[in-house]
Design a protein around this ligand. Structure first.
Ligand code: DNO
Length: 404
């Protein structure tokens, strides 16, 4: 496994020298300052790469090996007039990255909203804080803050009542915070609304876009990107829609094993791969993670390791748990990823190792009073990385014994 760490750039409070101390060898990053749809110039990529990779003599080296993410412009998802230019630009960015030796690219195809949480400081019994998604609060936002046209039809009477309760219990400051969390977005988000009016308009653009239509657009996008990716040796790794289901009337098409099945059978190119985001897929009880890791093994180029605990009373609500103590079988998943690496080695692959990163972490200890990127504080992720590293080492040692 290649242990990697997400870095948001020179303004990230977790610095490159902090990352070096975690023992990770690889950095996951993006040029967040470049507006969505524009080409990432080779010089800008090189500057970012130098920032990550140059080190004092004797210091452990880090490499920028994974991009998360090149944003996909909304016009591509909407097939708006002239969208082809944005596809060409996406390909040009990929070519520039490949020319710098960066060949694993994570991306997503979520319309309007990227990953979404309702609470960014949910206190755990330990005293640390985690991210949480609360379905009732989300519905309260949809029905009573956003007041989306026709939204009522998508909820049962009971859900509407729960949402009303949640809304009434929320002080004004929390309503503001919730609105911000959803429309202004979380770290790494790629589209941004300026206010509720603007957000309503962005959602309305999709009123005629069904899941079937969006899938066709994803396939059409990839059928232009993949041939070039293959030539360059680039591996694409689609990230699932988080939370993995339709939201705010928007279709979300990368949520389950059958969504992945559809994608890979439509486009079997070896460059057409996935990010196994354990936390995202794990936020649906019908996704069996170890089984998915086994079934899609050859397609997995990147994995986000994190787990969630679902609320037993409302399984669409969850909080982000400790990396090894969630509803998913993290040890079983890591075992499947190691088995996949073993298969790749047996098939003579030179790039058998899968990039993993500790996804999110609790805000804890010294980080509690710091300004952090939600989910991406240093200490919680360091704890997560240390835990999964322990599992990787233990399982690898066992596997080596079995082979002897
Ligand atoms: C959240 C992340 C997302 C994800 C992008 C992938 O922590 O998993 O920012 O990176 O949606 O394109």
């Amino acid at each position: 496994m290649r242990e990697s760490w997400r870095w948001f750039g020179p303004n990230d409070p977790v610095t490159i020298s902090d990352i070096r101390q975690t023992g990770a060898t690889d950095v996951v990053s993006a040029l967040h300052g470049i507006p969505t749809g524009e080409i990432w110039p080779i010089e800008a990529i090189r500057t970012h790469q130098r920032f990550i990779e140059s080190s004092e003599p004797g210091a452990a080296s880090l490499a920028w090996t994974v991009v998360e993410s090149i944003p996909v412009h909304e016009d591509i998802k909407l097939a708006r007039h002239g969208y082809e230019t944005y596809v060409d630009n996406w390909i040009a960015s990929m070519e520039n990255l490949a020319a710098c030796g960066i060949k694993t690219i994570c991306y997503n195809f979520m319309p309007v909203i990227d990953w979404t949480r309702t609470d960014l400081k949910f206190q755990l019994p330990s005293g640390a804080y985690s991210l949480r998604f609360d379905q009732h609060k989300f519905a309260a936002f949809d029905l009573y803050i956003l007041q989306r046209a026709n939204a009522q039809k998508e909820y049962s009477e009971e859900e509407i009542l729960e949402a009303k309760n949640a809304f009434e219990l929320m002080p004004e400051a929390e309503r503001q915070q919730l609105t911000n969390n959803i429309i202004a977005g979380l770290p790494g988000k790629m589209t941004e609304a300026y206010g509720l009016e603007d957000f309503r308009a962005m959602l309305a653009n999709y009123s005629q876009t069904t899941a079937g239509i969006l899938r066709i657009r994803l396939i059409s996008f990839l059928s232009k990107v993949l041939p070039r990716a293959e030539v360059l040796g680039v591996k694409l790794a689609i990230h699932p829609d988080d939370p993995p289901r339709d939201m705010l009337g928007l279709p979300r098409i990368i949520c389950t094993a059958s969504d992945l099945e559809l994608l890979f059978s439509a486009l079997p190119s070896p460059s057409n791969g996935m990010t196994l985001c354990v936390g995202t897929y794990g936020s649906r009880p019908d996704n069996d993670l170890p089984e998915m890791a086994r079934r899609f093994g050859p397609r997995i180029h990147f994995s986000h390791l994190r787990g969630v605990c679902l609320d037993p009373k409302e399984p669409r609500s969850f909080y982000e748990a400790s990396h090894l103590d969630s509803d998913v079988d993290m040890v079983g998943i890591i075992n499947e990823l190691l088995n996949e690496e073993q298969r790749r080695r047996q098939n003579g692959s030179e790039e058998a190792e899968i990039f993993i990163r500790p996804d999110h972490g609790h805000q804890m200890m010294d980080d509690i009073n710091k300004t952090v990127n939600p989910g991406y504080s240093g200490i919680g992720r360091l704890k997560g990385l240390a835990e999964v590293r322990g599992v990787i080492r233990a399982l690898s040692a066992q596997n080596r014994k079995k082979l002897q």
